[in-house]
Design a protein around this ligand. Structure first.
Ligand SMILES: Nc1ncnc2c1ncn2[C@@H]1O[C@H](COP(=O)(O)OP(=O)(O)OP(=O)(O)O)[C@@H](O)[C@H]1O
Ligand SMILES: [Mg+2]
Length: 252
């Protein structure tokens, strides 16, 4: 069975998709890795240049009554293997409502996945049924945070959600850690916030990863060019940091 990492934080625009895509790309250099885009916005699918129309997506795997085997929804792109998202995923709440197995669709689907060592799931900025599906299917949660005044806003809600899933549906779930992303490190505020984040991580029974992901303009550029940093700008700070982060993540 693959190790399943979920990148989650219901705060929008903090670096989930950037983390998920670059992590999947780096892990993919070592072992067979699948990226799953569980966000209807489809930013990871876009970075991977995956097809959404005329292609099987996570919608067909999770929501459609036919329940397509996940292997049939994998696209092999130049950046790596991906199950793309579909804007129709916003309908998940309604379609899975009232189905006792509605929370287990992704877990069930991943049971049929063979040959992958790692699965990385990118999630949407919301605490909805898709996120529950991801947490129930996962081994470890990576929580990206930025070092700004609102960095920890909503984090206790996310923590409660993870703990509720751990108690009831997935006892093996754990928080791998909080990951400080888009770090410029220039202001005192950033440095103070970093200490607060470290404290919060401890309170959550987890850690702040030692590796901090620094900002770099190449990040956005790579995304616009539908490429990953390891291939587009392997020497830029953000890429070097994601490489260190992936090592730290896998270290026992
Ligand atoms: N290390 C970095 N250096 C520079 N820009 C970055 C970095 N990480 C992320 N960004 C930029 O920040 C923006 C938000 O990042 P991203 O899309 O990964 O966030 P997100 O949490 O997935 O957002 P959403 O909640 O909408 O899914 C993007 O424009 C991205 O290019
Ligand atoms: Mg995103």
């Amino acid at each position: 069975m693959a190790t399943v990492f979920v990148v989650a934080n219901q705060k929008g625009g903090i670096g989930k998709s950037t983390t998920a895509t670059n992590l999947a790309g780096i892990l993919g250099q070592k072992a067979k890795t699948l990226l799953i885009d569980a966000d209807p916005q489809g930013n990871s699918s876009s970075t991977y240049d995956a097809k959404i129309d005329d292609a099987a997506t996570l919608y067909d795997v999770m929501i459609d009554s036919e329940k397509l085997p996940i292997s049939e929804a994998i696209q092999h792109t130049e950046n790596g293997d991906i199950v793309a998202s579909d804007p129709l995923l916003v309908k998940a709440e309604k379609m899975l409502d009232g189905d006792v197995e509605g929370f287990y669709r992704l877990k069930d689907a991943l049971e049929g996945l063979e040959g992958y060592k790692y699965v990385v799931i990118d999630t949407a900025p919301s605490l909805n049924i898709i996120l529950y599906n991801c947490l129930i299917a996962a081994d470890k949660v990576i929580i990206p945070v930025t070092a700004d005044a609102y960095a920890l806003q909503g984090i206790s809600q996310l923590y409660d959600t993870i703990m509720a899933v751990k108690r009831r549906q997935n006892k093996d779930l754990s928080i791998a850690g909080l990951l400080l992303v888009r770090y410029a490190g220039r202001s005192n505020l950033e440095r103070d916030t970093r200490e607060d984040i470290e404290k919060t991580a401890k309170q959550m029974g987890t850690k702040l990863f030692k590796t901090v992901i620094r900002e770099c303009v190449k990040t956005k550029e790579a995304q616009e060019n539908k490429r990953l940093l390891i291939d587009y700008a392997p020497k830029c700070n953000t890429c070097l940091d994601y490489i260190d982060f992936s090592k730290e993540l896998l270290r026992k």
